[in-house]
Design a protein around this ligand. Structure first.
Ligand SMILES: Nc1nc2c(c(=O)[nH]1)N[C@H]1C(S)=C(S)[C@@H](COP(=O)(O)O)O[C@H]1N2
Ligand SMILES: [Mo]
Length: 414
């Protein structure tokens, strides 16, 4: 099928609409891509805990993920997931506008065209793959037989390669397309005044257009409205407050009742198999790395100097929530253990069977004055679901590394 066949005959099709949608994606998809790659770095590839751990020659420049500002990961990851969702209607509209081109047969008649078609396959396949895996992950549907992170990481590179080639090939045509009609004029034109664009070399405009059923401005409003709807359904999970009530795409529910511990729970104590025996009077914290292990009871921890900080938990799934935590500074614990200048620390949970039972922290994450082994939240005891008797909370740390139900901390010196 091709543009001259009696299909795809909307008179809105043409270089202008495709170029406008392309320009929006050109300005926004790089933000989704970069924040996604930053999340990989935030997980700590140097500490061997980014997923996938082995990325061959697709290694990113790694650096110590900062602890300032505390809302860094909350905003980069909120942007990654939020903007990614908001752009879905725009991506679909852009694909609709070029559909005739996607099915051209034969696919290529010259090597240059073959390269272009290949890059298109990577671009379209890549973006759809990233959308589908991303959306399924935030809805907690690990339906695939492969790791979400690994698939999403390599899928991103397929997309990036296709995107870069596509930009290089199409920028001149996008600029010409943008000039082919005046945006101001389009916004003033209703359905009855809507005219088809002249057939173009790319075959985007139909040779035999139908009469318009909607104006171009109506089509733009439809796409914009879809994007806005996605924003309303998503933004609350990062911004919080009353907007959280509208965050219907928030995978952890919107409210957890009242009281100081009423905020999202990633994994309940019950789901993690945490028992009263694990966390009751017999619970002890073991600090290792010094001349000999130091074992502290909960009462001993409470007797140490306490510090309070307001810090977000920001999950890779895009949701985040800032709470007021109190507990013992990690750097104080390191000093107590006999490792005053730790290079890293391995925090392990009493939890045994989950995927997130331990996390390694960088030196700057241990040193920060607001990095805590929290005993309390919002003035109350930590609830069992939020990690009682003690959990880690560190500024700008990806949520997953804020280990709950901590059992041991191994400090490593320089
Ligand atoms: N032991 C343990 N700690 C854990 C987890 C877990 O499953 N087990 N989940 C992590 C993840 S993915 C996040 S986002 C945060 C969520 O903390 P919350 O349940 O208190 O909101 O805890 C982290 N700490
Ligand atoms: Mo998480």
């Amino acid at each position: 099928m091709g543009p001259d066949k009696p299909r795809w005959r909307s008179p809105l099709r043409g270089v202008w609409l495709t170029s406008v949608l392309g320009a929006v994606l050109l300005a926004t998809l790089p933000i989704v891509t970069l924040t996604g790659l930053l999340s990989y770095i935030a997980y700590g590839p140097r500490l061997g805990q980014a997923i996938p751990a082995d990325v061959g020659w697709l290694k990113l420049p790694t650096f110590d993920w900062p602890t300032d500002p505390a809302w860094l990961y909350q905003s980069t990851q909120g942007l990654h997931v939020g903007l990614g969702l908001v752009l879905i209607p725009v991506v679909l509209a852009k694909l609709w506008s070029v559909i005739p081109k996607l099915f051209i047969w034969p696919p290529a008649t010259s090597p240059a065209q073959l390269l272009e078609r290949l890059s298109l396959l990577m671009l379209v396949g890549g973006v759809l793959f990233e959308i589908v895996t991303g959306v399924l992950n935030i809805q907690y549907d690990y339906l695939f037989g492969f790791s979400f992170y690994t698939a999403h990481y390599f899928g991103a590179w397929v997309f990036i390669a296709g995107f870069v080639v596509h930009i290089a090939l199409k920028i001149p045509r996008m600029r010409a397309g943008l000039r082919s009609m005046s945006l101001r004029e389009v916004l003033r034109t209703d359905r009855r005044g809507t005219r088809p664009q002249a057939p173009d070399a790319d075959g985007l405009a139909p040779a035999d257009p139908d009469p318009p059923t909607i104006s171009r401005r109506g089509a733009l409003a439809l796409v914009g409205g879809g994007a806005l709807l996605m924003a309303v359904l998503t933004a609350g999970q990062t911004i919080g407050g009353f907007t959280r009530q509208a965050a219907l795409l928030l995978p952890r529910g919107r409210s957890y009742g009242d009281g100081p511990n009423a905020f999202q729970i990633n994994r309940t104590a019950r789901a993690a198999g945490i028992t009263a025996a694990d966390t009751g009077a017999a619970w002890r914290l073991t600090l290792r790395g010094g001349p000999r292990p130091l074992v502290l009871s909960r009462a001993a921890l409470e007797a140490l100097p306490q510090h309070t900080a307001r810090l977000p938990i920001a999950c890779v799934e895009g949701w985040s929530t800032a709470q007021t935590w109190s507990g013992v500074r990690l750097r104080d614990l390191a000093a107590l253990a006999g490792v005053p200048a730790p290079a890293s620390a391995l925090v392990s949970s009493v939890e045994r069977r989950g995927a997130f039972t331990r996390a390694r922290l960088q030196a700057n994450q241990i040193r920060h004055p607001d990095s805590l082994l929290a005993l309390r939240v919002n003035g109350a005891e930590l609830s069992l679901d939020h990690g009682h008797p003690a959990r880690v909370i560190v500024p700008a740390l990806p949520g997953v590394h804020n280990t709950k139900w901590v059992a041991t901390i191994d400090f490593e010196g320089r």
